[in-house]
Design a protein around this ligand. Structure first.
Ligand code: IFM
Length: 446
């Protein structure tokens, strides 16, 4: 294979999220989040795990940033825990929460690492859930207020902002399928929430422009899954339209076109009487465009017409990760090309890509996660191909910097390129991390 060199200035990074790594859930005035409540509800999380301690990053962030520096990491995407800033979601500000993120950002910058901040990676203050959570449109305003505060405090140093992480997951896994906080199983509620999330996103973008932008850029991160038909049978193609519509177009269209896809909107309105779109909502969303799109890519979906349902998922032969997600790098290429083609060539960052594998293979005192290395390499190659074919891909954040709390799966799934020993909290870079250092150093694969 010939060398694959990425464009100058390509941002090679790693990503994490507050509840998954920070711990310190009662430290320094942090309020309760919906994930504290959910993880402490018996039966919700594998092995009864919680994020109470997680990777103890709240107390070890300096050491973590130092390790990133040693690994040559250029960009770090992390999220802010809203309840550290506003323990009740609004009102009384918690100075110590601000201090923490201020110090983290300073530590990153003095280590030559560019911070990228996600404002919402799922830890809604429980007090706001108690007033209806994202189903209450007022929460969108509180989100914009909190966002404004963060731009004000960090905007002089943070130049990459992300409003939401994976609104599909927030709305549907949390409110239709009940496997994420707050744990409801009401599809109409989830659809209503998906609209309020879009609204809150646009309000946070508006707040960014009002705060002056300070030379930075703001976007949103979507979890996108390219969908393929199990056959070229028209019924299977129809299944693709539905799944792609609900998963991808439902979020891409409002972000880039200021409208919902007509086919899916008609379906939801007819069957669920949702979402509730008030006069002016769509114009408001359309009036607040993003500077870039964050793409989280892990795998593809293959679907066909179900026997009694409009669609069902098919499990192709192939290599699968510990999450039982198929390894399918071509899907990343297809997805990037499709976004570029259908949504007017936006700037894109891959804000998450990575894999959970068992990495108990220790050779010469090293954690030999060759399968993760192979996964990343194949996906970097796909990304390089997409850039070559015109996609404006600006950076790539590997999920994740270190092993962490994988939501419903607790600590049973490891995505990190750095191993965490949860007894001692010792961090050990895996083979993939050492290889990634070379990739970054070479700005590509040679
Ligand atoms: O761990 C999650 C992350 O919080 C959001 N995107 C997918 C990852 C792996 O499941």
């Amino acid at each position: 294979m010939s060398k694959l060199i990425f464009p100058d200035g390509f941002l090679w990074g790693v990503a994490t999220a507050s509840y998954q790594i920070e711990g310190g859930v009662t430290q320094d005035g942090r309020g309760e989040s919906i994930w504290d409540r959910f993880s402490h509800t018996p039966g919700k999380i594998l092995n009864g795990d919680t994020g109470d301690v997680a990777c103890d990053h709240y107390n070890r962030y300096k050491q973590d940033v130092q390790l990133m520096k040693e690994l040559g990491i250029k960009g770090y995407r992390f999220s802010i825990a809203w309840p550290r800033i506003y323990p009740q979601g609004r009102g009384q500000l918690n100075r110590k929460g601000i201090d923490f993120y201020n110090s983290l950002v300073d530590e990153l910058l003095s280590s030559g690492i560019e911070p990228a901040v996600t404002l919402y990676h799922w830890d809604l203050p429980q007090a706001l859930q108690d007033m209806g959570g994202w189903d209450n449109r007022d929460v969108a305003n509180y989100f914009a207020d909190y966002a404004f505060k963060m731009y004000d405090v960090l905007g002089d140093r943070v130049k990459i902002w992300i409003t939401h992480n994976e609104p599909w997951v927030v709305a549907f896994l949390g409110n239709a399928f009940g496997i994420h906080a707050p744990g409801y199983t009401d599809f109409a509620l989830a659809v209503r929430i998906s609209h309020n999330l879009m609204l809150s996103h646009a309000k946070a973008v508006q707040a960014y422009r009002q705060a002056g932008g300070k030379g930075g850029q703001i976007g949103i991160t979507l979890n996108l899954t390219p969908v393929y038909p199990a056959s070229d049978n028209p019924e299977d193609m129809e299944a693709v339209r539905l799944v792609d519509g609900g998963q991808n177009r439902w979020f891409l269209d409002p972000v880039f076109k200021g409208e919902y896809p007509e086919d899916i909107l008609a379906l939801y309105q007819e069957k669920l009487n949702a979402p509730v779109i008030k006069d002016g909502d769509m114009e408001f969303i359309a009036d607040h465009p993003v500077d870039f799109l964050g793409v989280n890519y892990y795998s593809r979906a293959v679907v066909k017409k179900g026997r009694e349902t409009d669609f069902e998922h098919v499990r192709p032969e192939g290599v699968y990760t510990e999450m039982d997600w198929e390894v399918y790098p071509d899907g990343l290429y297809d997805l990037l090309i499709r976004i570029d083609r259908d949504y007017n060539s936006p700037d894109i960052y891959i804000t998450e890509n990575g894999a959970a594998f068992k990495d108990d293979k220790v050779a010469d005192d090293r954690i030999d996660d060759q399968d993760r290395l192979d996964y990343l390499k194949a996906h970097f190659e796909a990304a390089h191909r997409a850039i070559h074919d015109g996609v404006k891909l600006k950076g790539y954040y590997v999920w994740s910097f270190m092993d962490n709390f994988e939501w419903t799966f607790g600590y049973s799934k490891n995505f990190g390129i750095v191993h965490v020993d949860y007894d001692t909290m010792e961090r050990t870079p895996k083979k993939s991390a050492l290889w990634y250092r070379e990739v970054i150093g070479n700005n590509g694969i040679i």
